[in-house]
Ligand binder design. Structure first.
Ligand SMILES: [Zn+2]
Length: 380
């Protein structure tokens, strides 16, 4: 039996990243398995999409479940979609058959649970997670090299890469289309965790419990969203604020065209990095903006420089200014004037806040509104 509630399906398709977590768990006291498909909502929290009861976990049962999902969500062959799982054997076959073009991610937590047993130790654990969270290739190679330098690391890296292809668990290897930086299947585990008690009930009672839980969750989340201060979820706002706060230690240089170089050389925190950021593609060579779809420190720096460049342009001759405006048009083809202005105002405020330690409540309020305008377009 397969269940997918229409309102949830439409909500997911309307507002969520094209990433689905799938998992299966045993039914207590009954022969059978519960399969679940879970997405991520706008506040980075789980959104149960569909669930099904099957006799047992096999390639055929996964195929049947994924077929229903494919039809419901119009996934096609999976182009532009990502799926994350614990890579159960039957599931891998089913995914390969049904979604030849999907990006199949493997839960990094699941990998570490097995890898860590063979190669224990805090240092190894830290390096594993540093590698899986690396957002661009050179960083990934650097973290792997550090892992090799840990005691027993050479063998560990060899086993790790051979047994679990790095393209399935390292953020740097994921494509930039889905723009969701999920590397573990926690959203499925959270949903399964909620259902622990109900999984001991007879099938119909269990399915009724799940339906009621999901229905109540929609109401609770809607009421929660009505209390948000911005159009963005509090978890997203917190992430953006964290990135913005790092700007003070970074510097920026314009290349005269559409890109900027942002760099940080901070002895205290031992950070020495530099990246190229460009607004046309909403992209940064550090990979964070590309992989998550959320602007990071580099992009906040970029917007500050965009304002200064415009002022610089206004001092040029009329002819030169016309050329520069044309350049600006190419720079941000997808951004409306209001949003672009908001980006610039926020950047100005950022430079003010770095020099002035205090700000009035009115400024905070305006800044908050503008920030919501900025991030809204980036996430959409
Ligand atoms: Zn960056």
């Amino acid at each position: 039996m397969y269940i997918c509630i229409k309102a949830i399906k439409e909500g997911f398709l309307y507002g969520c990243r094209r990433l689905i977590g799938v998992d299966g768990c045993f039914l207590k006291g009954l022969m059978g398995q519960l399969f679940v498909a879970v997405g991520r909502d706008g506040n980075n929290q789980m959104l149960p999409i569909s669930w099904a009861v099957v006799e047992k976990e096999t390639s055929d049962s996964w195929k049947w479940f994924l077929q229903q999902l494919q039809e419901d969500l119009c996934i096609g062959e999976g182009l532009g979609w990502a799926l994350i799982s614990d890579m159960q054997k039957g599931l891998i076959n089913a995914v390969n058959t049904l979604f030849p073009l999907i990006e199949h991610r493997m839960c990094a937590r699941h990998i570490y649970a097995r890898f860590g047993k063979q190669f224990p130790g805090k240092e190894m654990q830290i390096q594993f997670w540093n590698t899986s969270r690396a957002t661009y290739q050179p960083e990934m190679q650097k973290q792997l090299q550090i892992m090799r330098n840990v005691k027993g690391g050479t063998k560990a890296v060899e086993v790790l890469l051979e047994r679990w292809p790095i393209s399935s668990w390292c953020l740097a290897c994921f494509n930039d289309v889905v723009q969701c930086d999920v590397i573990d299947n926690n959203m499925c585990e959270t949903f399964n965790g909620v259902l622990v008690e109900t999984r001991a009930k007879p099938i119909i009672s269990m399915l009724e419990d799940i339906r009621k839980y999901v229905m109540n969750r929609i109401v609770v989340k809607r009421e929660y969203a009505l209390k948000w201060d911005f159009d963005l979820g509090p978890n997203i706002v917190a992430k953006l604020e964290k990135e913005r706060n790092k700007c003070a230690k970074w510097h920026i240089e314009w290349n005269g065209a559409t890109s900027h170089e942002v760099s940080c050389d901070d002895i205290l925190s031992q950070v020495k990095e530099s990246y190229v950021v460009g607004l046309p593609n909403r992209s940064c060579s550090c990979g964070k903006w590309d992989k998550s779809g959320l602007p990071n420190t580099c992009s906040f720096m970029f917007n500050g420089q965009a304002l200064r460049n415009r002022r610089f342009a206004s001092r040029r001759t009329k002819n030169e200014e016309t050329n520069h405006q044309a350049c600006r048009t190419i720079e941000a083809p997808n951004i409306s004037t209001t949003q672009q202005e908001a980006l610039e105002i926020l950047a100005t405020q950022q430079s003010m806040t770095t020099t002035e330690s205090k700000e009035t409540p009115q400024m905070s309020s305006v800044k908050a509104t503008q920030e919501s305008m900025i991030t809204e377009h980036v996430i959409s």
